[in-house]
Design a protein around this ligand. Structure first.
Ligand SMILES: [Zn+2]
Length: 256
């Protein structure tokens, strides 16, 4: 196995100077593509999420649409036919969505103006998971699902950003290595997002990889996220995929 520094995650852009007046880009709250009542994800006290039998209505995540229209990636609008998902975590300890997403109304004000909705930022994700203005774990979609993102860079075989190996990619805003309550909530939201996307596009859970795994396969820059963060809580990508598969089965059953 290739050696990758454990604490290496996806660092955010360096803080930029004066805060420009931030236009509100967030518009709606709902499930991916359809309206949804807001529910909070209740943190599990159990060590194993696998045995967590949540009521169905709690498995849905709060969703905002906050496209990063000032980012050059959004403006290029390069179409992509995605074949899977890459999961990232930010590497920096900052749980708030407003650090990366410009949506003051829903996520609160980024007083440093260092979110990624700027023309000078050379990365752009499809979504972020982190805390909204009210301190609830939520998902903010930052690119349309059918557009290539600038997420994982490239490796010696190519890039999971673009066809024919394009992947939908999202960041989980990292908490500290000891904040297990937040970790459990955020990772549950990530599972939910993955399960919904897999069902929508007809993928199995094995279509999900971490940035680290994508790098080891030769399709991403060398990073260790989010595996290094997961490890802090005894979790792994294999366990994550297993839980996504369970959620998919539960969703299918609920929709049957
Ligand atoms: Zn990453």
């Amino acid at each position: 196995m290739e050696k990758i520094p454990l604490n290496m995650g996806c660092r955010g852009a360096a803080p930029a100077p004066p805060p420009p007046p931030s236009p509100v880009t967030g518009k709606e709250v709902g499930r991916i593509g359809s309206p949804l009542p807001q529910h909070e994800i209740v943190p599990s006290k159990q060590t194993s999420i696998k045995k967590d039998k949540r009521p169905k209505e709690l498995t849905r995540i709060i969703t905002y649409t906050s496209f990063q229209t000032n980012n050059r990636c959004y403006q290029k609008h390069r179409k992509a036919t995605h074949v899977g998902i890459v999961v990232h975590s930010t590497g920096a300890v900052n749980k708030t969505l407003r650090r990366y997403v410009n949506d003051e109304e829903h996520l609160g004000r980024n007083r440093y103006g260092n979110h990624w909705d700027r023309p000078t930022v050379s990365k752009c994700m499809h979504a972020f998971i982190g805390l909204d203005r009210e301190g609830r774990v939520a998902m903010a979609q930052t690119l349309p699902w059918d557009i290539a993102c600038w997420g994982c860079g490239s490796g010696k075989r190519g890039s999971y950003n673009y066809d024919p190996t394009a992947h939908i990619q999202f960041e989980i805003c990292q908490g500290s290595g000891t904040d297990e309550a937040y970790y459990r909530e955020a990772i549950a939201a990530a599972e939910e997002l993955c399960a919904e996307l897999c069902l929508r596009y007809g993928w199995q859970a094995d279509a999900i990889v971490s940035h680290r795994e994508a790098a080891l396969r030769g399709y991403a820059s060398r990073h260790g996220d989010p595996d290094s963060w997961m490890k802090r809580f005894g979790d792994s990508m294999d366990a994550f995929r297993a839980r996504v598969a369970e959620r998919m089965a539960a969703m299918k059953e609920a929709d049957a």
